[in-house]
Write a protein that binds this ligand. Structure first.
Ligand code: DQA
Length: 149
């Protein structure tokens, strides 16, 4: 069965209580469950992982090669700092969709820069948790298009 990895970075374990006016009231467990249900409806398995540690996120990206058809990555604040995460995505060549709950381009200027965007196939931001579901669909569409060609 095809699978997608949902990878969440630092502080996203605090969803639900962390600045709900910015990030919404849903917990990470709720977001992950919605992703699993969305994937199941489309016939794909969804694996979820969250860490506050950059190295642990790197290890997950490395391990995704040959296992998942794609990665949905919300790298949290590492988005704006991590050359290592960008390099990992380039290295494994697993299609990665960058997701942010908030519209990072409408926020502080330090959030406008994303290292992830350089290596990702696309970015979805500003739609809250619905962005994760859009990202799953984008990866599935890409995979089906590739299989057809
Ligand atoms: C975020 C945006 C980042 O700037 C921030 O550091 C986060 C969450 C988002 O989902 O909107 O931790 O990635």
């Amino acid at each position: 069965m095809k699978s997608v990895l949902i990878l969440n970075g630092p502080n996203l374990n605090l969803l639900g209580t962390r600045q709900p006016e910015v990030y919404g009231a849903e917990t990470l467990a709720m977001v992950e469950e919605a992703c699993r249900a969305h994937g199941a409806a489309a016939g794909i398995e969804v694996s979820c992982f969250q860490s506050n540690h950059e190295g642990a996120l790197l290890d997950q990206i490395h391990a995704a090669k040959g296992v998942h058809i794609g990665i949905v990555l919300n790298a949290g604040a590492y988005t704006h700092t991590s050359v290592a995460l960008m390099d990992a995505i380039y290295s494994v060549e697993v299609p990665t969709v960058e997701v942010h709950l908030s519209n990072i381009h409408a926020r502080e200027s330090f959030r406008h820069t994303s290292y992830i965007s350089r290596a990702a196939i696309g970015q979805i931001c500003g739609f809250g948790s619905f962005g994760y579901l859009m990202a799953i669909d984008a990866l599935l569409q890409r995979q089906l298009r590739n299989e057809a060609s």
